[in-house]
Design a protein around this ligand. Sequence first.
Ligand SMILES: NC(=O)C1=CN([C@@H]2O[C@H](COP(=O)(O)OP(=O)(O)OC[C@H]3O[C@@H](n4cnc5c(N)ncnc54)[C@H](OP(=O)(O)O)[C@@H]3O)[C@@H](O)[C@H]2O)[C@@H](O)CC1
Ligand SMILES: [K+]
Length: 474
Amino acid sequence: MRTAYTVDRIRAAEQALMAQLPPGTLMQRAAAGLATACADFLGGCYGAEVVVVAGTGDNGGDALYAGARLARRGARVSAIVLDQAKVHRGGVAALTTAGGWVLAPDEYATAIAGADLVLDGIVGIGGKPGLRPPADRVLDLVEEHAVPVVAVDVPSGIDVDTGETPARHVRAELTVTFGAHKIGLLVDPGATAAGLVHLVDIGLGPYLGEPDVEALQADDVAERLPEPSRASHKYSRGVVGVVAGSEQYTGAAVLAVGGAVAGPVGMVRYVGPPEPTRYVRARWPDVVCGEGRVQAWVVGSGLGDDPARADEVRRILASGLPVLVDADGLRHLPERCEGPVLLTPHEGELARLLGVEREAVTARRLHYARAAAARWNATVLLKGATTVVAAPDGRVRVNTVSVPWVATAGSGDVLSGVCGSLLAAGLDPLEAGSVGAYLHQTAGVLASRGGPITADDLARAVPAAYRMLLGGDE
Ligand SMILES: NC(=O)C1=CN([C@@H]2O[C@H](COP(=O)(O)OP(=O)(O)OC[C@H]3O[C@@H](n4cnc5c(N)ncnc54)[C@H](OP(=O)(O)O)[C@@H]3O)[C@@H](O)[C@H]2O)[C@@H](O)CC1
Ligand SMILES: [K+]
């Protein structure tokens, strides 16, 4: 499990650990891990040109001490000190002793133009979003010359607790973070700004407590994927009912059912008008068409605006059974949901639900997913490159496995079927949403292999992804 914490929790853990250790120990642990990660990034230190950009806090200190270590290994390391009066003195002394030097402002452009790597030590967890002068002018030069950036702890300028980027910020290829993941490294747009994230263990673990945000990894997903036992039969494995598609949108029915049959349930029921029913029957002979008992429902994709289907959605939502509500179904939510409900909007749908602009949701994904979960008393899975799943009790999971080719028409219909199948097999909405999102993206990896895919390819790849995660044969 990848776990992320608020800045306050990380600060508290840092205080508790620091009380046990000689002063400066944590900064040296951080700098050592950072220097090793930079050396790996560069593919060796000797002769590499490194520019450290050091702000006024300990983040700058980490960067300067790491610069000193790289200089001792043969790199040519210079530093841009953003404020001479407030810079970490020990860090500057260590760098100059190791053979590095501090640049004068008229040397910045030439040094950055010739750099193999820029180390972003402008601000860390003490930073407010945005960059102040002269950091913004230095970033102009870095971007103009397209120099790769390794961010120290966080990419400077992001909102560390939310991943929001309301103002100018660094875009890193690699972020080397200390002690624990910060929420802003896992949630977009901050996650994208961070690039790859490498965690350096500095010993905070025992002091951190419960995480604020979690991201499942392959072994966590494998533990949660339902598997039948020898005693299982089709009903005990779970039955999922799918209410999707219409005369106009027949594909939504086929794709949502395709996701559902690829999941762990023993049986799928489809309930819909004649035309999509014909398509579903032709494609999935194992699917039972018509009403009957189920353990969970998937409702919503491609329903159109038939009032009878809207009533059906309301009736299902009032049944108390676990329900996944997607797309058109989201227009028929009650004032507050009762029972286990998983809503799966994309950003535009969530914006409509909450009465805000789509851009606002893009900018504040975690905030609006949490707000909707609290508002409707339901778990909200906000689709996107880093999927956010927020439960009404405040727990949050994000999915960081992301394949851009998965963003294709009908992909969400497949996801709804997969997650609904997991709900019917007994997972609660937070588990079904987070496991389903991981499974869906893993299917995307297998189907795409670096090229374009259709939603149908995705559904067909789900069983192989399931098998792979369970450790079965390829
Ligand atoms: N936690 C741990 O266990 C460990 C933490 N360690 C390291 O310590 C780092 C935290 O250090 P920190 O507390 O000194 O704060 P930091 O982020 O360097 O910057 C604060 C300074 O920046 C300024 N400033 C603020 N916003 C700004 C902006 N937008 N643009 C420009 N400037 C801005 C602000 O100035 P002020 O607003 O006060 O004028 C303040 O002086 C942490 O990220 C990690 O790298 C490791 O060494 C070891 C273990
Ligand atoms: K930084």
